[in-house]
Design a protein around this ligand. Structure first.
Ligand SMILES: [Fe+2]
Ligand SMILES: [Fe+2]
Length: 277
């Protein structure tokens, strides 16, 4: 059963709550991916997202705890290091043998983290950081640093993919940096009407959208009028052939990535596209 976010889980700091919601989203995603033919894709993407999560969220929390002189910092940091190490071990195992790590392997320790860390240990800093001016400012500074200069919060992204689980992974990664305007469609007709009717800043399209091709969408876009014709496009593909990159770029895509994607790789790529836009 899916875990629902509740106010009981709130640490009272919106940017930290948003990180925690991302983690809840990843847990739900893993839960749903059990038995899915693309379970291994979901597992790898989630592990990549968890690595990002550990790097960014823990830094943010610890910076805020330092600024507010929270006395539990030492122990809290050790707990974060333990989580990061568990993620690293799972990712190393996956990289040496993708079939050796299943969604269930990750779920056990993530559920435990949600109950024993987010809903318990994290609550200990609440009284120190909430309302502390320097602590709140240091959490916000980091949001701006992570964007590499891109204003993520204003970006409107259209995702074209018929794999619901993968769309949710993308959504979780995008929301983790503050992008809230994300439209998801699963066929080319819906994509075209969204592109015409909405002010989209950036398009992420899968190569295979059901029986249709994302390449046709990019070609249609490039042949159309400005400003749509110059819209930044990231093309994704689950097919591991380097030649695909050339084909995608030739069709008009600006960037190409193979699935499974890592959160960091995706954000670096999007920052490049946003800078261009
Ligand atoms: Fe946390
Ligand atoms: Fe924490």
């Amino acid at each position: 059963m899916a875990i629902m976010w509740s106010e009981m889980m709130s640490v009272g700091v919106p940017v930290l709550d948003s990180d925690h919601k991302t983690l809840v989203g990843l847990i739900n995603l893993l839960q749903r991916s059990i038995g899915d033919p693309e379970e291994y894709v979901a597992v790898y993407s989630v592990l990549g997202s968890l690595e990002e999560y550990a790097a960014h969220h823990f830094t943010r929390e610890e910076k805020m705890m330092v600024a507010s002189r929270c006395p539990q910092l030492g122990q809290h940091r050790q707990s974060h290091e333990g989580f990061a190490e568990q993620v690293r071990n799972l990712k190393n195992r996956y990289e040496s043998n993708p079939t050796s790590v299943r969604a269930r392997d990750c779920l056990g320790f993530l559920n435990d983290w949600l109950v024993n860390h987010i809903c318990s240990t994290d609550m200990n800093y609440r009284a120190w950081v909430v309302g502390h001016v320097d602590a709140m400012a240091s959490g916000q500074d980091l949001v701006e640093e992570e964007s590499g200069g891109a204003d993520w919060r204003r970006l409107k992204i259209l995702v074209v993919d018929d794999n619901l689980n993968f769309c949710e992974i993308l959504g979780a990664i995008l929301q983790s940096v503050g992008i809230s305007s994300i439209s998801v469609v699963n066929d080319l007709a819906a994509a075209k009407s969204a592109l015409i009717g909405q002010n989209i800043d950036l398009l992420i399209s899968d190569w295979h959208v059901g029986v249709e091709s994302g390449l046709d969408l990019v070609k249609w876009l490039r042949q159309g009028p400005l400003p749509l014709a110059s819209l930044p496009v990231l093309m994704l593909s689950g097919h591991e052939r380097m030649i695909n990159r050339d084909i995608a770029l030739l069709a008009g895509a600006d960037e190409f990535m193979e699935k499974p994607i890592s959160a960091r790789g995706l954000l670096i790529c999007l920052a490049r596209l946003a800078a261009r836009q």
